[in-house]
Design a protein around this ligand. Sequence first.
Ligand SMILES: Cc1ncc(COP(=O)(O)O)c(C=O)c1O
Length: 365
Amino acid sequence: MKSSFIFLQIFIHENWIKLGEKLDEIAPFKEDALTFMTNSGTEAVETAIKLARYHTKRTNFIGFTGAFHGRTMGAVTFTASKAKYHGGFYPLMNGVTHAPFPNPYRPVLERRKGEDYGEAVVRYIEDEILHQILPPKDVAGILVETIQGEGGYIVPPDGFYPALRKLCDKHGILMILDEVQCGMGRTGKWWAIEHFGVEPDMITSAKGIASGMPLGACIARKSVMDWEIGTHGNTYGGNPISCAASLATIDLIENGYMQNAAEVGAYAMEALEEMKSRHPSIGDVRGKGLMIGVEFVRDQETKDPAHHLTERVVDLGYERGLLMLSCGKSVIRIAPPLSMSKSEMDEGLRIFEEALTVAEKEGKK
Ligand SMILES: Cc1ncc(COP(=O)(O)O)c(C=O)c1O
């Protein structure tokens, strides 16, 4: 049983201690975890960036195309899902180089024989970035959304994280996972990285951690969170109300919702795969648990993104009482509450298909 966490703010309260202990218990690494509580996801990412620099005494980072990590100056530098998030805000933070996110549906790099596409991306990072642009001894961390959210609900191939872990170990680089969107039971496990059998050095969380109350967390290996008290801090992070909301949320996730996410997610994936066979505009269905992306294309061969159709499906669903949100160029994300029942999912999928059928008949792609 792991036992320790740290107080990095001036005053502490009981629910803060309980939450720190709980996060230590569920953190996706064997080593003890220390947590810094924040007010939001972007602040959790800022914390990770600062801690990585402080701990490694290195300055630079690698991020990924399509990423979304927030909009404060450090986090938004890594964010690379829409150019408008950067436009008007230069100069951004120094020292971030972007690599292509391992998107198996839309690969941009060549794969070698015997290699999966995730391994090909790690080879690119090593051979092209670390060898030709950025010396590894200057790289503090690699920051990546375990499953990419805003960029299109993209699940990396199985080989990606084991290869990335090896690369990080080889060069003393920290592996920092942003699980603000994909963590906290959403994929049917506490953390999405648990699907890949790899332990990160740091993880960021927010969103589902307190059911909508403002709370985020930067959870690090104890040996990594080695800054002195007062080096980093805030006023409201880990406030009593958000910590109470988080403890209640974690209790619900642990006692049924995580299992439900796995079951209802698998059920929905099967239904969507069937739907794909009826609708040529569905190019890809992917996901883990209740984090599912449906990608629309003009043509299954060319995979030309069907942007207008995607937005039309969102609007037609809205008119019928179903809230949907797009991501990437032409993807609809299915990320309902973890409490969703199979019959509620059936109802949602029925409206989704009805909206899609109407949009396809209208012929706008
Ligand atoms: C993966 C990821 N990281 C960070 C953030 C930023 O979180 P917040 O909006 O709480 O600052 C988001 C928000 O959508 C996110 O999806």
